[in-house]
Design a protein around this ligand. Structure first.
Ligand code: XIL
Length: 366
């Protein structure tokens, strides 16, 4: 009898604990169940409209709200057909020690995307930022061959793990300076310019079906940097390097609105090479622009829809991606130190004029 009471006591004390522990230690669990989406005739989602136009539409996704904010997850599932992890696939997160990878968070994000029928865009494999300490602190201790081996293993481990589950990768990011020269990075310094070709070849070996992209900012219009990128891509194609497209990050400010003519021209020359283009990180800062708040929101909406129209009109533009989707979570606030409003939903998940402008662009001229 005494024995049974003891067991009952143990169970009643520990089971709630175990449940709590399980819930908090397995954030991936709720992320794997599909979220029901509503579709009414008056409010078609961005994803359903985009699908009819044959393009991907979606945002970068931050890990914290993906785990903790149900509204965040529900807008994601409702509105978008592609997403990219904002940070958790970066080298330092996924490969924190030389002989240890940590895929817990990325696995959970990929499971969320799969459960909700959303494609995943991988970002980024080779970049000069977000490197782990074991790598950048020891740069001088590694030989060229060792760094080649490290980069190859990194790319093939990450791409290989998500083979068939990631439609497109930013293979190399931000390798070109404003003046068109190659950026001085750990990879250029130690491996030489051929690190770019090698990265694409390794990624292709690990997942021959994934689309492989070069991504940068300040590359969407014209000038030394866009020209250098174009020349790089053309030369890579001539060398038989498996590159599918270029990512135009397009972090923008209302003070300098984009030129749709120049972007269309830039897209066209890449189309002539047989290369895809995607807007990959669009956001539009408005806090420092002139006009009333309403005027600025309307002007922001015009920038969003102008860029979407350019993409829809270009035969080779395959994705329209924003860097976040709600002003509640945006990297721009940290970048500028101001409370910005660069995205298409406000901080309470209400659609902004930019959201309506995107819908209109997707619905018209089909
Ligand atoms: C940014 C993230 O949004 C921030 O949270 C992080 O602190 C720094 O990186 N270009 C890129 C992205 O390719 O990976 C960057 O993301 C923004 C600029």
């Amino acid at each position: 009898m005494k024995h049974r009471v003891f067991i009952a006591l143990v169970i009643s004390l520990f089971v709630p604990f175990l449940i709590m522990f399980r819930v908090s230690s397995t954030p991936s669990e709720p992320l794997t169940s599909p979220i029901p989406v509503e579709e009414t005739s008056t409010s078609e989602s961005l994803r359903s409209l985009a699908q009819k136009r044959g393009i991907y539409i979606g945002p970068a996704v931050a890990w914290e709200p993906l785990q903790n904010d149900a509204n965040y997850r529900s807008v994601l599932a409702q509105e978008f057909n592609i997403l990219t992890p904002e940070n958790i696939m970066k080298f330092e997160y996924v490969h924190p020690q030389r002989d240890r990878y940590d895929f817990t968070q990325v696995d959970a994000l990929v499971a969320f995307a799969k459960a909700n029928n959303i494609e995943v865009r991988g970002h980024p494999l080779v970049w000069h930022h977000a490197l782990p300490r074991w790598l950048w602190l020891n740069e001088n201790k590694f030989t060229r061959d060792e760094l080649i081996a490290i980069l190859r293993e990194h790319i093939q481990t990450v791409v290989g793990r998500y083979r068939g589950q990631v439609v497109a990768w930013d293979v190399v990011s931000e390798a070109i300076n404003r003046d068109g020269s190659l950026r001085d990075t750990i990879w250029l310094r130690n491996i030489g310019p051929e690190y770019i070709d090698l990265a694409f070849r390794w990624a292709h070996e690990a997942d021959p079906k994934a689309r492989l992209f070069y991504s940068d900012y300040g590359n969407d219009e014209e000038g030394p940097k866009p020209d250098a990128m174009y020349n790089l891509v053309r030369a890579m194609l001539q060398r038989g390097v498996p590159i599918s497209g270029v990512g135009l990050q397009t972090h923008r400010h209302l003070k300098e609105p984009p030129s749709v003519e120049r972007i269309a021209k830039n897209m066209k020359r890449h189309a002539d090479l047989g290369i895809e283009v995607q807007f990959t990180e669009l956001d539009v800062q408005i806090v420092e622009a002139t006009g009333t708040w309403e005027e600025r929101l309307a002007a922001q909406g015009r920038v969003y829809s102008d860029l979407l129209r350019v993409c829809l009109a270009a035969q080779n533009c395959t994705a329209f991606m924003t860097w976040g989707f709600t002003d509640r979570y945006t990297w721009v606030n940290n970048l500028t130190g101001k409370v910005e409003a660069p995205l298409i939903f406000d901080t309470s998940y209400r659609p902004k004029p930019a959201y309506e402008a995107l819908k209109k662009a997707l619905s018209s001229g089909a």
